[in-house]
Design a protein around this ligand. Sequence first.
Ligand code: TYM
Length: 338
Amino acid sequence: MFNMETKKKVILTGMQPTGKLHLGSLLGATNNWQRMIGDYDCLFFLPDQHAITMPHIPAELRKNTLDCVAQYIACGLDPKRCKIFLQSQVIGHAELMWVLACITPIGQLERMTQFKDKSKKVGDSVCAGLLFYPVLMAADILLYNADLVPIGDDQKQHLEITRDIAQKFNGTFSETFILPEPYIGETGARIMALQNPTVKMSKSDSNQNSVVYLVDSDDAICKKIMGATTDSSGEISFDPENKPGIANLLDIYAASTGQSIADSVAEFSHLTSYASFKQSVADAVIAKITPIRTLYQSIAGEKEYLLSVLKDGRQDAQKRASKMISKIYRKIGFLGNL
Ligand code: TYM
């Protein structure tokens, strides 16, 4: 949907404020988001309501939320050029989730990959919130009638169910939602764990040498990349199935430098040992992360500033959300506000 004031298409996306930003979320997410500012009407939010679907410590969530705002800004999401807001501060996400939950088949939710994976981790204590997670995500997107949703590869299934739910609502209650398209970058869409390149890089990895964080020192970044698991062939080619470690490092290099995978392969294919290739990857990651880390460290303690960014974002988001909720409530037969 065009924003009538800016005449630009609407982009919405977010990252759970559950801890420190890592290379996967940087290259798979914020790297692409930041490039879209200017061309789109950009809404970046922090899905803190999603973050409570897994066991959490309240004080840590509060701290991580402000840290995440600082990380967004440090990654180039300039609050003067885009909106940054907190999901729980906007009335509408949870309200729309309930409406959408009432038209979503429970079987479809039970079959979602992320639900199955995460519920295995928590066993019997799996909560209903985790099952409803994709409906809340659909509500986030449809509440703003976003055209495009930049995500990493792991969120594709959530976009598919969002489109299914939107279609079902439109078919049942009349045309209301546009069907959002996923935007998945050509590089960095699935950064894998350095120690085990068959699983995605994630902060919950039991081997922390697998994960490069924004706040890691140059030395730590270098050590983690030099120690990445590869293979013994010594040949640099892009073959994710047979050479997942090298493919992952090529992807990291390409996404960090803005080059294509093909150009990155061409740059290194003459090498016969992995050490100098790994060093080039480490240098590229350090060059990418250093300015972000410096800016992050300078604003992370500025609580008043970070809160003011959220306040500004909320005002804009709440206006849009309230309009949409009134429209939806009318369509489904609620009397609406008195
Ligand atoms: P989250 O917080 O797990 O991740 C945020 C974004 O980072 C991407 N990402 C990765 N990309 C490449 N390689 C990796 N190793 C990697 N790890 C994470 C994710 O694909 C994601 O784009 N459910 C969402 C948050 C959400 C949302 C939304 C997103 C809630 N509502 C509405 C978009 C629109 C999530 O948990 O992302």
